[in-house]
Design a protein around this ligand. Sequence first.
Ligand code: SF4
Length: 383
Amino acid sequence: MLEAGDKRITGYLHANLYAGETPRPRIRHKTLAKTSIFNKAHFVQFRNPYRRLLLRTSQTNVSDTDWQTEFSAAVTDTNVLCRHLDVPAVNVETGYPLLVPKPFIQRMETGNPNDPLLLQVLPQPEELQETIGFSADPLNESAAGTNGILIKYPHRALVLASPHCGIHCRFCFRRCQYPFHFPHTFPFQQKNEADILMPLHRIQDGGIEEIILSGGDPLMFGDERLSEICQHIIQMPNIKRLRIHSRLPIVLPSRITPQLNAVLDLPIPVYLVLHVNHPNELNDAFVQHRRLLRSPVLLSQTVLLRRINDDIETLAKLFTALTDIGIVPYYLHQLDKIQSAAHFEVSIETGCRLIKQLRSRLSGYAVPRYVREVAGASCKEIL
Ligand code: SF4
């Protein structure tokens, strides 16, 4: 458990510079302070105007937990994390720092350096190796969009809503764009209404029917700001569907608030696609909070990862658990060939064998589509 003793943290907390987003831990590479890693109030300077509103609205949460405060206390120091979990320290400077909230750490096994959740977040020496065939922008996204809007597929526009995430996944296909995750502006980060609307004009023609909010993580916005964004979107008469890609409700289940459900109750269908990679991520807290989500259609996406979920038992358990709580497994992704993440790669041959085994064990709707993205292609390739 996490409550033991004083720990050193390298992150301290500060107010977010961006309107409407949650305050986040500032990531430092040197030790700044000595405190309990459970002492969440330290160093917080909440200058964010949405903070007060969210503190009020969070009082009706299932657990009365303030997700923003939980997030602000995220661990950003590998030594703290390793000492806490009683695993060997890892000293590697990759330029893509650790970020992991404590509710996610609580699902890791103490004393197990191979814990599948730990392996997703802990920097490893293998990240320093350059691998042929892997690159900093494997999907060539920097050429695919402007002003935070990517139109890669017909009828759909991907809007990079937020440059921030609730966790730093070591295999992230945008990790080389850290700290901004992408070299473009983010329309919903703009304070001026005209600056928000200007890039959105691109979506109002060209046959676009669906908006996909991605990032970073769009749910890093507070409910009030998210509501404003949704209102902008539904005012576009050509938009018939909204899709939101997020990992935050898995990482921080308290992010699922009654207000979030209300915000996503729109006159157009809303699909919330949750990024989840291992059954251990679906703990009781998530299952309890998930019950609040009645408005959106819930789908999942999973990245096939070596040593984390590349075996039939783990995948079957994950997809069964998801369907048991009303989340339809949507995509199993082949790893994008992002530099520094080659050690996570599973061969396509293995992935196809796993999918075949899943089909013989699970209901058809419980088996996701095994896909990979190909830069410049007009759709994902089904494997
Ligand atoms: S949550 Fe998604 S976008 Fe964020 S670091 Fe993880 S994989 Fe990347």
